[in-house]
Design a protein around this ligand. Structure first.
Ligand SMILES: C[S@@+](CC[C@H](N)C(=O)[O-])C[C@H]1O[C@@H](n2cnc3c(N)ncnc32)[C@H](O)[C@@H]1O
Length: 216
């Protein structure tokens, strides 16, 4: 069954479909653009690479990726048709492909991407879907390729501020706390997972950047 035929079984970008029109504004207010810029800098993008963003939502990171490296082939993936319609409008003329599908069932052959990017999406996935997503990302990366991921979580401490204290009490974010993300990726078979940097924001709390590499 494809994404199009299934009842909604994912958490949409702003938590609820009705809030999607406000997503880009909310995203700017909480500082997502800074996280996207940093992720693209860290990802060491080169011409001719094939780059996939999983959970691309309204396409802000996908578009930034293509603008920073116009000679890369860039693909955005998300199960949400409404978010993809917005992404497609934003990307007019840039030559980005958007696919409606799930990160736990990537519709691509083994070893077909040099980079996979993921921003603020892992906390939308729970349990088995997270595990299968990690395995699928590994499968579609070429040997030596890497996942660059940023999400809320990591080594969050109460001294990070009010938003961080909320993070520590959130059921949704628990699977992202401490070393849970590196453990998820190493258990899936990545050769290494390094924390690259992190950022503490007033509204989002702590966000952590990781690079997970498939063995060459
Ligand atoms: C908070 S938004 C982040 C969007 C974008 N990456 C950004 O940084 O603005 C999370 C996205 O993950 C998507 N998502 C949720 N479950 C998913 C799944 N199983 N596979 C792929 N994407 C999923 C949602 O539809 C949503 O667009």
């Amino acid at each position: 069954m494809t994404a199009k035929d299934r009842p909604q079984d994912y958490i949409p970008a702003a938590g609820h479909d009705a809030l999607l029109p406000a997503y880009d504004l909310l995203s700017r207010i909480v500082g997502s653009a800074r996280l996207h810029r940093r992720l693209v800098e860290l990802a060491d993008l080169r011409a001719e690479q094939r780059v996939l963003e999983i959970g691309c939502g309204t396409g802000n990171l996908t578009v930034l990726t293509k603008r920073r490296q116009p000679d890369a082939e860039v693909v955005g993936l998300d199960p949400d048709a409404r978010a993809l319609a917005r992404a497609t409008r934003k990307a007019t003329g840039l030559g980005i492909r958007f696919d409606r599908a799930y990160s736990q069932e990537l519709p691509y052959p083994d070893g077909s991407f040099d980079r996979v990017l993921s921003a603020l999406m892992l906390h939308h996935l729970a349990g088995e879907v997270r595990i299968r997503t990690a395995q699928e990302v590994l499968r579609v990366l070429r040997p030596g390729g890497a996942l660059y991921l940023v999400d809320i979580g990591g080594r969050v401490s109460p001294s990070d501020g009010i938003a961080a204290r909320r993070q520590l009490g959130s059921e949704l974010l628990r699977p992202n706390l401490g070393d849970a993300i590196p453990r998820l990726l190493l258990d899936a078979g990545f050769a290494e997972c390094v924390e690259l940097t992190n950022r503490v924001g007033r509204l989002l709390g702590r966000s952590t950047f990781y690079r997970a590499t498939r063995a060459a």
